[in-house]
Write a protein that binds this ligand. Sequence first.
Ligand code: CA
Length: 443
Amino acid sequence: MRLLSIPLIVATLLVGCREDPEPTPPDSGASLQDSGVPPQDSGVPEGDSGVPEDDAGVPEDPLPSGPPVPQGPPNVPEFKPAFPEQTRVPAIQTKTALQVTEIASGIRNPWGIAFLPDQRMLVTEKPTGSLYIVTQQGAKSPAVSGLPAVDGRDQGGLLDVEVGPDYAQSGLIYWTYSEPRQGGNGLAVARARLVDGAQPRVENVQVIFRMMPTLESTLHSGGRMVFTPDGKLFVTLGERSILAGRVQAQDVKSHFGKVVRINPDGSVPQDNPYLNTPGAKPEIWSIGHRNVLSAALDSQNRLWTVEMGPKGGDEVNRPEAGKDYGWPTIGYGEEYSGAPIHQSPQAPGMEQPVYYWDPVIAPSGMTIYSGTLFPEWRNNLFIGGLAAKALVRLMVRNDRVVGEEHLLKNLDSRIRDVVQGPEGALYLLTDATNGKVLKVTPR
Ligand SMILES: [Ca+2]
């Protein structure tokens, strides 16, 4: 009952399998960015912090109220949220005046950024497969040599990068990329020792994970990584977009449309949820995802993700072990053609997103703020918006989103990744041929 008939799925999948809609559709709110914005004091709680602390004893400010962030009408108005805070929560406004500093430019479609202990940054260049070391003064190293070739078409290429938790001893860095293979391609995770210097290189490259099966698709690679304090590595995966991949998002014998959890050497943690399921890929943590491009841990070290939805179906989820997040059976969007995908946005046994956007923001990287430079931002989610051309901020209380803000609209830039720097500033990557590293601090 929940699934559309197969012919309809085929018909609707043959169109509209692309995303990162660009330019932003005319009705999606881009033209409204400076009109209809709530007045300065509307919907923002008073008080000296603006955001409640989790700590006991600190009184919580009242919840934001008022209209949502200006945006176009929903694409699928017949799909109603499962609970009131699931979409279009009140708009909020950061009180701190922001300063945006350009650290570096001239990086072609950068995708991932990570900090070395000395505050230099590793920055990936998606289509070329190049990795650079960038200083706080903006000097860019020669491309790090020794990385394997990538399939750099469309949404493939060199994607995320992380510095290993034991980097000080091991020198290990980790990256995700679209690996060219016989018969197609697939996301892979590699690690190697970074040999620093004027001509940086990596040595002892090991591929620690390969998304299987191999498929010929240049779309929906997923590819975000996040290390947990207990030494595990989450990797987010897409379902390849084309029908042959999409239908595997619910299939535990496939990695497509999953979040996986591995040890840093690629071995499987012995408490993973599908270890005892016959035929299942043992790395799987959660299933039923579309194209997860954001991953971050909250103050309790729980995983949060954001996935690129179809037209009108971007989702924030908090994936838990062994749970099913519904794709492609349920969701809040539709095909880019306007054809339906789902009969219903809800179904028994399938998890609801914490939040969704219709129209979409086209999310990419995410960080959950834990610094002291912006006290009012503590525990807020910051998500790069591609179509939204904004840094999207979500205020969360008791695991529900209670306020939303679209920051830095004046940059008119697709935001690909956002990370918190060692001193509590936010660092952004813009998605452009002349991509930039930007630093956000209080003015
Ligand atoms: Ca979902």
